[in-house]
Design a protein around this ligand. Sequence first.
Ligand SMILES: [Zn+2]
Length: 387
Amino acid sequence: MFRVWIIKSILLFIVMAVMTIAGIQFYKHRYFKMPIVAGPGVTKVVKLSDYIEGLKGTAADTNVFFLEGKDEGGKTLIMANTHANEPAAILSAIIFAENAVVDKGTLIIIPEFNNSAGRNTKPGDGYPLYFEIPTDWGSKKFRMGNRDASPLDQWPDPDVYVHYPDKQLLSFLDVRNTNRTWPGRPDGPLMERVTYGAMQIMRSEKVDIAVDIHGAETMFPVTNCIVAPEKSMRIATMTSLTVKARERFDNHVEPSPSGFRGLSHREIGDYSDTMPFLLEAPLPFLDQPTGPKTVNLLLDGKDPFLLSLSKKKKLFVPYDETGWPMEKRVGQHCSVVLEIISQFSRKFPDKAIKLHNVPRYEDVVQNGVGHYYHDPNKANKADVYFN
Ligand SMILES: [Zn+2]
């Protein structure tokens, strides 16, 4: 009898120790703070809750950077971390926020759009909690998030998510997915309030272009592309053709299906005057048949299983021993955003948006992503923002 109690006590101790260690790790992950240095073009930083009362004081509230040019012109909104496990998006958005100088028009950037998903993780898939990008002054540490908002911030989930206002039935998980909760409502579940806040920015600021940056599996056909509804199609096509001709990378155009509700590229266009674009770059880390989900896989995209699948023509992007390095993905996003802005400005000269100091594909591939990040320890304290 005594022996049984000893064994039970040891087992209980081990379980408690594992729970404590994991608990501390999750707690630190949730409250990790990543600095963004407001670059020379930033004119103000506000909160998403300034546009929707219902986000005030919640973990879903997030910073919104405004870069206003001296001359009036059109307006572009860039959103990243809609899915916080697709990090090329936030890495690109920070390049814009820390470097862009706007000469004409306005650039609005939300680098951590689903701020709650940024605090979530996927232990069942063995996600790393953090990753680091080498810079000229050391390395910049990022938190790896998840596709959906944290259940600590929005809970419980329904059995089925009934999309608002279309009433289409979606998976229960999509109630925490900010690429299914568009256009949102002011008093809905927290993630509907996040998308509603962005809709309010677009409507009140009269935003012309909205770019929602993502990453997608190499085995998924909607990857390495621009997703655009009818109203954005012409500019998306011109962008795709121009980057292919001038910068030699593929980025085809996918039409936004009108039957799937809740997606940014669908609802933004239908519920505002803004033209939406959703960018996808290949993200081997998200593919199912890969080796362990390591930081290396996240950053260089090299995986032996994907390589053999590519030889069997099962992937939707070119893939070889070089994988899909982060520099290529971030470089593509930078060039595609810049090209969308430039094509829009050509078509609507009275609403042109002109900016400089943002690298293009070739620059990022050559210099690395971290080359464009500023040292928060050397920056003016008032210019460093945490979410
Ligand atoms: Zn995504």
